[in-house]
Design a protein around this ligand. Structure first.
Ligand code: ZN
Ligand code: ZN
Length: 344
């Protein structure tokens, strides 16, 4: 099978031929149909974050494919099921976080495409319990970005407890942001979309944002305060400066939700304003299996739209360059050619 592999943090990914892996106990073998390219994959390939992936590593945590083989002891999946391989590759299932519905905080978790091989390959093995069923009526092309971009933003808005009529700022309209705009609307928010690229602001408008702010041409804090300020600011742009702007755009009682992870990750927050205005600062990390099931249900019900373009895995390095250039309207998704099924 073909796989895109990170062999060095300072070199491009390599396309290599590898044997199809065998599912171990509790695992399934998934023949992948699609996998989205997430910014986290780019950070993994560059070794940008304090915790680096072990090399070599196959990135990819928006994998959608068909279960083709079951490992020993797997009873909750069947051959032929279509599933998502998300960022939460596996968790312990026993700690307080796993038990109380916060499994993405598990300290013993494995992350697809980061701590264990992911879905930038024609096949992947994954934990049968942590793959998530993809309902009929959702294309594998749409399901891929929903598995991280959709899940992450849906969860961020849930964490913020958006109330109807609240003003919700989405900072950064791209793979994540275009979905965040839609979830904020579904939850009843009035959406202010902030970006520095006009085509992305146009897309946000098309997807329901009531206001758009072009931070390349106006001071976003002044523009947003002129609209009355934000109750919730979700920051999807990996820049400490944007986090600070988002903070300054909040009204009293506002919630700043940090999602993007800048490589140099420190922001400066005024204590006085935080206290006097009763501001909450929240971190939100992807979402649980249940959150992803909800994301899929919303899409199957026709309530969200995914904007994505397909690429071939062989062009992974070019695709990364496209994402980094900011020229991509939303998400890139690798589409795998139909490879023959494995028998047995
Ligand atoms: Zn991701
Ligand atoms: Zn756990």
């Amino acid at each position: 099978m073909k796989a895109a592999v990170v062999t060095s943090f300072s070199a491009p990914l390599e396309i290599v031929e590898r044997p199809v892996p065998d599912p171990g106990p509790g695992q399934v073998l998934v023949r992948l149909e699609t996998c989205g390219l997430c910014h986290t994959d780019i950070h993994a390939a560059g070794g940008d974050w304090p915790v680096k992936p072990p090399l070599p590593i196959v990135p990819g945590h928006e994998g959608i494919g068909i279960v083709e083989k079951l490992g020993a002891g797997v009873t909750d999946r069947s051959v032929g099921d279509r599933v998502a391989i998300p960022w939460l590759g596996e968790a312990c299932g026993e700690c307080r976080y796993c038990i109380d519905g916060r499994e993405t905080l598990c300290e013993k978790q494995e992350n697809s495409g980061y701590s264990i091989d992911g879905a930038f390959a024609e096949y992947a093995v994954a934990s049968a319990k942590y793959v998530v069923a993809v309902p009929d009526g959702i294309s594998s092309l749409d399901a891929a970005p929903l598995s991280c971009a959709g899940l992450t933003t849906y969860k961020a808005l849930k964490v913020a407890k958006v109330q109807p009529t609240e003003h919700v700022g989405i900072f950064g309209i791209g793979g994540l942001g275009h979905l965040a705009v839609q979830y904020a609307r579904i939850m009843g928010g009035t959406v202010v979309a902030v970006d520095i690229e006009q085509p992305k602001l146009d897309l946000a408008k098309e997807l329901g944002a009531e206001h758009v702010v072009d931070a390349a041409t106006v001071n976003p804090v002044e523009a947003i305060q002129a609209l009355g300020g934000l109750d919730v600011a979700v920051v999807l742009a990996a820049s400490p400066r944007v986090l600070e702007q988002a903070f300054a755009s909040l009204r009293r009682g506002g919630r700043l939700v940090c999602v993007a992870l800048p490589a140099e990750g420190t922001m400066s927050i005024p204590i006085f304003d935080t206290v006097i205005k009763g501001i909450s600062i929240l971190g939100s990390i992807v979402g649980t299996r249940q959150d992803l099931a909800e994301v899929f249900a919303l899409h199957a019900a026709g309530k969200t739209r995914v904007i994505a373009e397909t690429r071939q895995l062989e062009d992974v390095n070019e695709a990364i360059a496209e994402v980094l250039s900011g020229s991509i309207p939303a998400r890139l998704v690798f589409e795998y050619a139909r490879v023959p099924a494995i028998v047995g």
